[in-house]
Design a protein around this ligand. Structure first.
Ligand SMILES: CC(C)(COP(=O)(O)OP(=O)(O)OC[C@H]1O[C@@H](n2cnc3c(N)ncnc32)[C@H](O)[C@@H]1OP(=O)(O)O)[C@@H](O)C(=O)NCCC(=O)NCCS
Length: 140
């Protein structure tokens, strides 16, 4: 993900999330040196992900695939890319948060080997109040 990609990233972010990150959130992630990747084919940018790496663990902060490219295996490919990066950096574990209602994403994470390990009560804003996050972990 380059600064020049951010206009296209933010369009997808707003399309797929009800409570999207701002353009500045992505710019900060790139500038901070987080692992920020995009999926692009023939000049069409259709997906992206951001991963923060600590000394021992990686956190997937966001991942999104534009609607017409979903369910074609790209989300899995992007996660596998982040898993490879984490292994290369000798990280022990990967963590992510997923909305309790986001069963599609949770299914994908479970297929890859992530396990639910905790719940953050009322972590996310929702249309009617707040929604819990399920914390999922993949031991590397
Ligand atoms: C979640 C997301 C990143 C997955 O990417 P994707 O490219 O659509 O997923 P893949 O094609 O790699 O999916 C592989 C598996 O995920 C599961 N899955 C993905 N979307 C699903 C859905 N809407 N409903 C049920 N299962 C789903 C399926 O089990 C699928 O396995 P299968 O092919 O054996 O059926 C993508 O759908 C997306 O951007 N969604 C909106 C934003 C979002 O929720 N991001 C994650 C926040 S935690």
């Amino acid at each position: 993900m380059l600064p020049a990609d951010l206009d296209r990233v933010i369009i997808i972010e707003r399309e797929v999330f009800l409570f999207p990150w701002s353009r500045q959130n992505f710019a900060d992630s790139v500038n901070t040196g987080y692992f920020c990747s995009v999926l692009e084919q023939a000049d069409t940018l259709f997906g992206y992900g951001v991963m923060m790496a600590g000394p021992d663990e990686a956190h997937i902060l966001t991942i999104g695939i534009t609607a017409q490219w979903q369910n074609k295996g790209w989300g899995r490919k992007l996660l596998e890319h982040f898993i490879d990066l984490s292994v290369q950096h000798n990280l022990q574990t990967m963590l992510l948060d997923v909305r309790e209602s986001n069963t599609g994403a949770a299914n994908l994470y479970k297929q890859i080997g992530f396990q639910p390990i905790a719940r953050r009560k009322g972590y996310y804003p929702a249309m009617c109040g707040r929604e819990d996050a399920i914390v999922m972990e993949l031991r590397l």
